[in-house]
Design a binder for this molecule. Structure first.
Ligand code: NI
Length: 217
């Protein structure tokens, strides 16, 4: 099977598996990350095949939905890619990216070693900010039965993956605990550029939200 066929088969598999998922990690998130990753890859020198497979599979079994099992995604992906007879070296690279890519709290580092990994991580983080990021954050908060905002509960920066996973603070806090931090965590020059506009848009949203909350405008 040639590479474009493998990408196509993987796209169909992921689309089938994640369609209709309502918490913000659905097929459309994957499609956007895949597109962003391709956009970044045009500017950065990378193995597009690895980038595309990792982008498509990066949330196939996200730990947030697998009782905290962080290796589930890599395991499911390996099985899938082996069924398509993909080169072992490519499988190892893709699965390594998937295992490392999740955000686990403000003080917890998840560093990508290869340019392909950096691109996929950037693409995933870009889709968490801006207008799309705002929409996804509220969708996820609703899914988790969280309050939209509660002025009595202050945001906190989680220094361990454990604390980040178990936090149940209002949705608006998530902007301060994660989303506003992402701009400075971008790996590639291209993603840093793309993050700027999305970041400013979120800042404006928060300003407006809090002004409306206080009945000032
Ligand atoms: Ni994702």
């Amino acid at each position: 099977m040639d590479n474009s066929n493998i990408v196509k088969r993987t796209k169909d598999y992921v689309e089938k598996t994640l369609s209709g998922e309502g918490s913000g990690h659905d097929w459309w998130h994957i499609l956007r990350v895949w597109n962003i990753a391709k956009t970044i890859s045009k500017k950065e020198k990378a193995d597009l095949f690895v980038v595309e497979l990792a982008a498509l599979l990066h949330d196939i079994a996200d730990w947030k939905f697998n009782d905290g099992d962080e290796m589930a995604g890599a395991r499911v992906s390996r099985k899938w890619l082996e069924s398509l007879n993909v080169d072992q070296e490519v499988i190892d690279h893709v699965c390594n990216i998937i295992a490392t890519s999740s955000f686990k709290g403000a003080g917890v580092k998840s560093e990508m070693k290869t340019i392909e990994g950096k691109i996929v991580q950037d693409a995933d983080r870009l889709d968490a900010i801006g207008a799309i990021g705002i929409g996804r954050t509220f969708a996820y908060g609703g899914h988790k039965d969280r309050e939209m905002y509660n002025p009595n509960i202050k945001p906190q920066l989680h220094d361990t993956a454990e604390k980040y996973k178990n936090n149940n603070s209002p949705t608006l806090n998530h902007f301060y605990e994660k989303l506003l931090l992402l701009k400075d965590l971008m790996n590639t020059k291209t993603a840093k550029q793309m993050a700027k506009k999305r970041h400013t848009y979120m800042e404006e949203f928060l300003k407006q939200f809090l002004a409306e909350w206080d009945g000032k405008i």
